[in-house]
Design a protein around this ligand. Structure first.
Ligand SMILES: N[C@@H](CCC(=O)N[C@@H](CS)C(=O)NCC(=O)O)C(=O)O
Length: 225
């Protein structure tokens, strides 16, 4: 279990929502860590050194004091939140509900919302390319699922904040940059505001601001109600 004094190393790219999730949780828990920038657009995830930490060649990677490397953003969230029973419950059904939304995020939400965002914003794909059009279509399906849940509940997995909300936040925040119209999802927009009102909450814009020249995140205010 992580100790509050553990000097974690977070290998990350500030343009990545998957990295943002981990940065946000480290901040919420006030855990000290060292940020090590890895530029995914310069293929820095493909070096032999990086692949020895994550053979998938992807950020984020959290390196523990022991030298162990942990990858997969949602696994890192589960690890860091151990012992914080509000964020990562131990009661079996509550825990499974959190996992339900973490798997939803990786299977239905992130590939479409993040994919469309990254490919159009950073890789120069046109929004009318069939692959992007499909991702937008499937992304809307994921947003509708969230809207249905958030129309009746304050948070994704329960009635209080959990790591499921932390996981789903960044790519919902950037959805308008990938041309998603969030005005169709009042429950989702209210949830974004609710999260941003949590103590110690950090936005992607705050991460971008702390990385100066790497500023690439949305600068628009996209979900004010
Ligand atoms: N399932 C992984 C996905 C990680 C991922 O897609 N990372 C992207 C940045 S958001 C990356 O490193 N891409 C570089 C590449 O694929 O070469 C997670 O949640 O950590």
């Amino acid at each position: 279990m992580p100790q509050s004094a553990s000097p974690f190393k977070l290998y990350a790219d500030p343009r990545s929502g998957n990295c943002f999730k981990v940065w946000l949780l480290l901040g919420l828990l006030d855990l000290p860590f060292q940020w090590i920038s890895v530029d995914i657009l310069k293929q820095e995830t493909g070096t032999a050194e990086f692949l020895s930490m994550n053979p998938q060649g992807m950020v984020p990677v959290l390196q523990l004091r022991s030298g162990e490397n942990l990858y997969e953003s949602n696994a890192i969230l589960c690890y860091l939140a151990q012992g914080h029973f509000d964020l990562w419950p131990v009661e079996p059904l509550s825990q499974a509900r959190v996992l339900q939304w973490l798997f939803f995020e990786q299977n239905n939400h992130e590939p479409n919302l993040a994919g469309a965002h990254f490919m159009t914003r950073y890789l120069g794909h046109a929004p009318d390319e069939p692959d992007i059009v499909n991702r937008i279509k499937r992304g809307y399906r994921a947003l509708k699922v969230m809207e249905k849940r958030l129309a009746k509940h304050a948070f994704m997995a329960g009635e209080t904040l959990t790591i499921a909300d932390i996981s789903l936040y960044p790519y919902t925040y950037t959805a308008p940059d990938a041309s998603f119209d969030l005005s169709r999802f009042p429950g989702v927009r209210a949830w974004l505001k609710r999260l941003e009102a949590q103590p110690r909450w950090l936005t992607p814009a705050a991460l971008a601001a702390s990385h100066g020249s790497l500023l690439s995140w949305s600068k628009r205010v996209v979900h004010g109600v």
